[in-house]
Structure formats: structure tokens, C-alpha cells
Design a protein around this ligand. Structure first.
Ligand code: APR
Ligand code: PHB
Length: 390
């Protein structure tokens, strides 16, 4: 098989990029390791920045996002005594949209056939070859064990943190930056109405908590737990009791409990790999960077990488601009690092770190009190939360 762009991975990065390239008349094939159902089974964050929404609008695939997405004009920080509302609409004149990543992925997957976007699912042993030559290729085996090879002009690694693309960068050509946090998030999904009309990020003596949602009838909640926590130690009742305590008296009163339909613990890390391109291989999304979910940046960073990668590839294929691809890594990383900083900063502010002394705890309380009383501080948080300009 031959194509212009071979994309590895059918998560949000691969699907958004594939659709944008197809819309520009560029031939694309996506090679995905698991089934479509498996991809859709992943429960992920769902706060979309304006930039992300605009990509979906540009594709004309935003009809469900517009009808089912929840537009939020603000969010809240809780310090155990009060809610500190960050009024996005007033501070930075825009909103964010709450819409599950699973739903966005479903919209993009379902539109693929009609848009001529070929996705090969359940491909195994995916490997990238000769990405530093003019004739890169991707090999893999299909479900029946048949060996396949796709020759492409460009390969895009949208294969997430555990995929083969980052590992294909020449030894010594890349640099890794990482911080692994000493805690994880225990998340629960339940078909109960949210306890508050906007998100609440809580800093409590016992640890962090987050009240989020998927719709007006489905809630998503998280509490910080030790990184080696055994999920079997957490009954639904124990989770609800701890969540109510950490969110504080107001939200606890409106908290509706119900059976968990999903419960899992996710580790937190900050991670960046540089560069995001080598030869004809571009890294996009989680294959190049990971953020702690505190700032809701994971999906949105993938979208900004896609914004830069699609612009570079359209210029390369449709305008003969051979230099366009060369600028991709630096452009994408400039925004990645600022989102990494915001996610790290909000994680430091809102979580209990095991090694923190009473002094660090007082620093957190002082910073929250400063934010509560400073429009400038709130504006800084707001402009980062809605996403810095691409
Ligand atoms: N071959 C083919 N596909 C692969 C391989 C492989 N060897 N390894 C991984 N994949 C696929 C995964 O199955 C997954 O569908 O690549 C896809 C990567 O998707 P994500 O991990 O979701 O990464 P990305 O598309 O960049 O989206 C980032 O997803 O994980 C969240 O928090 C993250 O919200 C952010 C978003
Ligand atoms: C979620 O709804 O899953 C969610 C929302 C905001 C975050 C993280 C997760 O910062």
C-alpha cells in the first residue's frame, strides 16, 4: 500500500489529524492497535478549549458537541472553607466546553467512512522504518496474521505514551523531561446529577478532589490517593464519604450518591520528549508529552499539536513548502511547555504532597487566599485554563 501520510493511532490526535488532512485532499491511512470499541471504552477528561472546539467546527463534525456539550463560563477552586470562582467569561471573555473525550472520539470515528478516512484496527507489531530517508514505511500484521507494509511520504506518531513512535527516534537524538507525582487519582463515573453546575477543584487536608461531569445526569469525580493504593480498598460508600469531606460543606449538601459505573486509579506524571520531529516522523499528542490531568490539558494539547502538524503538512503537500515541516517541533513545543507549567503549577497548588512540611501547606493556603482576592491572579489562571493562543 502507498499513501501520503501514515498515522499510527486512532485516539483523538490521530483521528483529528486524519480528518483535517483528508479535508485538505491528502491521502491518509490510520493504523490502530486495538478495536474501535476498545478505543471508545477509554474514560478520559472532557474539558475542551476553544481551539479544540474550533478544529471540530472546521471539520463540520461539531453537531453533537454543540447539542450535547455543556458550555461553562467558569470553574471553582475550593480550600475547605469557600468556593473561589474563576469567572472565565468575565476575566478572559470566553468559555470552555465540557464534552467527554469518548464522545469526541466517537464523532470522529463515525465520520471516517463518509470522509474517506481509512482506519485499520487491530493492527499488531506496528513498526516504523526509514523515517530519516525519503521513503519511510510502516509495517504491521492484521488480525489474520497477514504482514502488511504501507509506504508513506510522512509518518505521524499519534500512538500515545506507550506507542512505538517516540522509541523510533534515533538514540541520542532526543531528550526526555519527566516528573512522576507521589499520588494518583481515584476516579468514579456515576449516573447521578452533578453536585455543582461547574467544576470544583478542591484542596483539602486529606488531599485533592475534583467534581466534574459528562452531562446533566452523569457525574465524574476524583480524589487523590497514594500512588500504590489498592482500588479494592475503596467501596463506593467510602469514596462518596471522602469526596463529600474534601469538597466541603456546600457541595457536600448537594452531592447525589449512586453506584459507580466505572472506578479506576490513574497515576500522574509530567513528561516531555524533544524534539517532536525527526526526518519524516512527527510526534503528536501523548506520544510526545503527558500532563497531570489537573489542568485538563491532555486532550487540548493533542489538539494544538494537530493544529500545527496539519498546517505544516497541508503547506508541504499542497503548496510545495518543504520548510513547513521543519518548523513543527519548535512551534508545538512552545505551547506544550506552557501547558506543562500550568498543569504542574495547579497540581502543586491543589494536592497534598507526602513530603510537604507545614510551611508548604501554608504556602498553598496563602496562594489560594491571594487568588481569592486578586483579579490579576484569577486572570492568569483563567487565560491558562481556557488555553493560550495557538
Ligand atoms: N500501534 C498502533 N496504535 C497504537 C500503538 C501501536 N503500537 N500503541 C498505541 N496505539 C494507539 C492506542 O491504542 C490509542 O488508540 O494509539 C492511540 C493513542 O491515543 P491516546 O493515548 O488517547 O493519545 P492521543 O491520541 O495523543 O490523545 C491524547 O488521550 O490519553 C488521553 O489524556 C490524554 O486526553 C489526552 C488524549
Ligand atoms: C474530567 O471530567 O474527567 C476532568 C475534568 C477536568 C480535569 C480533569 C478531568 O482537570
Amino acid at each position: 500500500m502507498k499513501t501520503q501520510v501514515a498515522i499510527i493511532g486512532a485516539g483523538p490526535s490521530g483521528l483529528l489529524l486524519g480528518h483535517l488532512l483528508r479535508a485538505a485532499g491528502i491521502d491518509v491511512v490510520i493504523i490502530e492497535r486495538v478495536s474501535a470499541d476498545y478505543v471508545l471504552g477509554r474514560i478520559r477528561a472532557g474539558v475542551l478549549e476553544r481551539t479544540t472546539v474550533e478544529l471540530v467546527e472546521r471539520l463540520g463534525l461539531d453537531w453533537r458537541l454543540k447539542s450535547e456539550g455543556l458550555e461553562h463560563g467558569g470553574f471553582n477552586l475550593a480550600d475547605g472553607e469557600r468556593l473561589i470562582r474563576i469567572d472565565l467569561q468575565d476575566l478572559v471573555g470566553t468559555t470552555v466546553t465540557v464534552y467527554g473525550q469518548t464522545e469526541l472520539t466517537r464523532d470522529l470515528m463515525e465520520a471516517a467512512p463518509e470522509r474517506g478516512l481509512e482506519i485499520i484496527y487491530e493492527a499488531s507489531d506496528v513498526a516504523i522504518h526509514d523515517h530519516n530517508s525519503d521513503t519511510p514505511s510502516v509495517t504491521f500484521s492484521t488480525g489474520d496474521g497477514t504482514e502488511q507494509k504501507i509506504e508513506a511520504e510522512i509518518v505521524c506518531g499519534c500512538d500515545g505514551f506507550h506507542g512505538p513512535s517516540r522509541r523510533s527516534i534515533s538514540a541520542g537524538a532526543g531528550k526526555t523531561y519527566e516528573r512522576v507525582y507521589p499520588f494518583g487519582w481515584l476516579g468514579i463515573l456515576s449516573d447521578v446529577p452533578p453536585c455543582h453546575e461547574e467544576l470544583i477543584y478542591a484542596n483539602h487536608e486529606n488531599g485533592f478532589a475534583l467534581a466534574s461531569m459528562r452531562s446533566e445526569t452523569r457525574s465524574r469525580y476524583y480524589i487523590q490517593v497514594p500512588v500504590d493504593e489498592d482500588i479494592n480498598d475503596w467501596s463506593d460508600d467510602r469514596f462518596w464519604d471522602e469526596l463529600a469531606l474534601r469538597l466541603g460543606p456546600g457541595p457536600a449538601e448537594t452531592l447525589v450518591r449512586g453506584p459507580s459505573i466505572e472506578k479506576s486509579i490513574a497515576p500522574l506524571r509530567s513528561f516531555v520528549f524533544e524534539p517532536m520531529r525527526e526526518g519524516r516522523l512527527l510526534l503528536v499528542g501523548d506520544s510526545a508529552h503527558i500532563v497531570p490531568p489537573t489542568g485538563a490539558k491532555g486532550l487540548n494539547l493533542a489538539a494544538s499539536d494537530v493544529h500545527y502538524a496539519s498546517a505544516a503538512l497541508v503547506a508541504y503537500f499542497n503548496k510545495g513548502d518543504n520548510d513547513a515541516i521543519a518548523g513543527y517541533s519548535a512551534k508545538a513545543l512552545a505551547r506544550v511547555w506552557k501547558a506543562e507549567r500550568f498543569s504542574w503549577s495547579l497540581t502543586k497548588l491543589m494536592h497534598r504532597f507526602p513530603d510537604d512540611s507545614p510551611f508548604e501547606r501554608e504556602m498553598q493556603r496563602a496562594e489560594l487566599d491571594y487568588i481569592a482576592n486578586s483579579r490579576a491572579a484569577q486572570m492568569s489562571i483563567a487565560e491558562n485554563y481556557i488555553g493560550l493562543p495557538v
